[in-house]
Design a protein around this ligand. Sequence first.
Ligand code: PMP
Length: 353
Amino acid sequence: MSRYWSALVHDLSPYTPGEQPRIANLIKLNTNESPLAPSPAVLAAIAGEATEALRLYPDPAATALREALATYHGLSADQVFVGNGSDEVLAHAFAGLLKHDAPLLYPDITYSFYPVWAQLFGVATEAVPLDADFRVRIADYRRPAGAIILPNPNAPTGTPLALAEIEALLRDHPAIPVVIDEAYVDFGAETAVPLIAAHPNLLVVRTFSKSRALAGLRVGYALGHRDLIEALTRVKDSFNSYPLGRPAQAGAIASVQDDAAFQAGLASIVATRGRMTAGLEALGFQVLPSAANFVFARHPAHGGADLAAALRGRAILVRRFNAPRIADHLRITVGTDGQTEALLSALAEILAA
Ligand code: PMP
């Protein structure tokens, strides 16, 4: 406890980022990074920014990137906001859009950064329990709310909502901000972007960290009505006018324009997810149907903490959680085929021991 801290900082319970150990030959399946390299076009675009121009500030509005994303999604550039990872975009949404007199609703098992931002920005919240199958039930959100945030697919469960369910949520709540966090949507869920035209209260948040294999570049974005985008821009310009450096802007543009590499990467991760799910089920795991680049699984006879520790002893990192209802579950990122084989044979050994 420091007497120099503000009362706010004393009270914070910060998010704990997933481990990023510097250990050689680690099989790292704990933070949902892509196992694939960024495409050569993306790497060339980033390298192309290593010039004397780095002495100059980047475009604070990231206009070229926002135009590329607008074209990609069939929107206009003033419907696109970009930031330093979707974490920053979401933080701005909490500061600028989600604080109202009535509580912000979100699932009780979800991205654990949401309650942290709510605390930081003084947003009143109400957590809505997942159903018995660990799914978000839209009918449970039919209650008074100041705003709503949901990931689709949800994390760490990986289960998707259908577009019709999100449409029903928007019909129930036409006049409050609704944020759909689509960090993992490319791996098999339906995007809510087509609903933006008819729903000016919908903000869709995306990231380059997962399906675009660029977690290290830190680029995220939001799509929505220009009024919502203006709110985020006002927060950004009151906080950090230059959230994206020149390499990040150039690399992200190249990624959006290299659709062939993007689609090929997605197809390979989805295929590996199928093999990983089948392999885990063959070992007796119960695996929730995943629309993400990770699976959420539990073994009826082995605790999550024990399994994670045993895997760690074999240099394989997976994610586990302390929340009571999911303490037995592991969230395992889809790696390469080789990493998946190593995971499955390590688990087979551990379960046989
Ligand atoms: N939303 C969800 C649901 C996530 O799991 C993550 C990754 N931890 C993020 C947002 C943030 O990702 P990034 O800041 O890398 O874009």
